[in-house]
Design a protein. Structure first.
Length: 295
């Protein structure tokens, strides 16, 4: 049930709650769903001009990095972005290339930032996905808004959420690994650190000395170092592109690495996973992998 698929299948319509739970959630299989958000006003309304008008001078949280990698391993640290508070229209100036910057900017704060920081936009989408809420018997824990430059990359990781990822404009490019690939995916513990801007405008990496070490994946799946991580050669990545108007169901515990077209806008819904037999299987696989490496 946690095994490999040859490709990510497409559904041409939203499923019924029972069908979705039985065919996708329970077997922990991803799919791309078409015509699930075609009724959203956001698909037509969310131009840069509209976003500028509706959100405009409001100060929002923006992740800023020198290289486009936030929450990623760099120089033997788990480095988090500078979280800059800036007027949204100044951020749009950078995305629209009206202003140039050597750094990479990304609206990606993942604590339900759509409802917390961009409530003006909620009426253009949905507060939840009704058939998903019915299938799982719960509302989403968070609804997140994403907008950024093409240089912004999300490093390989997994989440304890059932994720419905909806692309409003542009494209998102996902590289996926099923949970069963865990033995081939390297993890290590890293000192957490944060990018901070120094007086000359350059970035420095500052350790979060009081924080515990963070388990993270050091490997870049687009350019894997197979000399350092030979086990990864046995992994079986899936790649898919989610286009405007499409929704990706990304099951809990699936590893994913994400790229995007420039100025891509998206909204995703995080539903807490069930800590059921699938989770127990994954924990067993994780423990066995660590034990074998120690031996």
């Amino acid at each position: 049930e946690l095994g490999w698929m040859e490709s990510v299948p497409y559904l041409d319509r939203p499923p019924s709650p029972l069908e979705f739970y039985r065919e996708w959630v329970s077997p922990n299989k991803p799919c791309i769903i078409q015509n699930a958000i075609s009724h959203w006003p956001a698909l037509k309304k969310w131009t840069a001009a509209y976003l500028r008008e509706v959100v405009g001078p409001k100060v929002v949280s923006v992740a800023v990095t020198p290289n486009g990698y936030a929450d990623a391993v760099f120089q033997d640290r788990f480095v988090m972005p500078e979280e800059r508070q800036m007027p949204f229209m100044d951020f749009l100036d950078i995305v629209e290339k009206k202003v140039t910057s050597p750094n990479v900017f990304y609206v990606q704060k993942q604590c339900s930032n759509l409802t917390e920081e961009f409530p003006e936009l909620v009426c253009d989408v949905q507060p939840d996905i009704p058939w998903m809420s019915e299938a799982l018997g719960k509302k989403p824990d968070a609804v997140n808004f994403w907008l950024g430059e093409s240089a912004a990359v999300t490093s390989l990781h997994k989440d304890h959420y059932e994720n419905l990822y909806c692309v409003v404009s542009g494209e998102k490019h996902f590289l996926l690994h099923p949970p069963s690939d865990r033995p081939f995916i390297p993890y290590d513990l890293y000192q957490p650190a944060t990018y901070q801007v120094s007086e000359d405008g350059s970035f420095e990496i500052v350790d979060e000395k009081s924080a515990d070490k963070v388990p993270w994946i050091p490997l870049d799946p687009l350019n894997p170092n197979l000399e350092q991580y030979p086990e990864y050669a046995q992994a079986k990545p899936l790649q898919c592109t989610v286009k405007a108007g499409e929704m990706l169901y990304l099951p809990s515990l699936w590893f994913h690495h994400v790229q995007q077209s420039h100025g891509c806008t998206a909204v995703n819904y995080w539903y807490d996973m069930e800590y059921d037999l699938k989770y127990s299987y994954y924990q067993l696989l994780d423990c066995l992998t660590k034990t074998v490496k120690v031996l």
